[in-house]
Design a protein around this ligand. Structure first.
Ligand code: ZN
Length: 79
């Protein structure tokens, strides 16, 4: 006889923050995850490169702490 296993929904246990930068060549928006370094990025639409202003890592850490790494953002309908 086979037992049915019920798996409870799992809350988030980590988070990254997605930012968008407007490409100066084609004006479309390019997503970048946690852009904490002043890098050159490649536009996924026109394939041209452009430099970005990074975000402050302490701001990202603050958001992660505020949301307990994503757990505190869980929908209350599921808790
Ligand atoms: Zn572009």
């Amino acid at each position: 006889m086979r037992k049915k296993t019920h798996i409870e929904p799992v809350p988030p246990d980590g988070m990254e923050i997605l930012f968008f930068y407007q490409c100066p060549h084609c004006n479309r928006h390019v997503p970048v995850v946690n852009p904490i370094e002043p890098n050159m990025i490649v536009c996924e639409h026109c394939a041209k490169r452009f430099p970005i202003i990074p975000v402050d890592d302490s701001v990202l850490n603050y958001i992660r702490i505020m949301l307990a790494g994503g757990k505190a953002a869980s929908s209350p309908d599921f808790i």
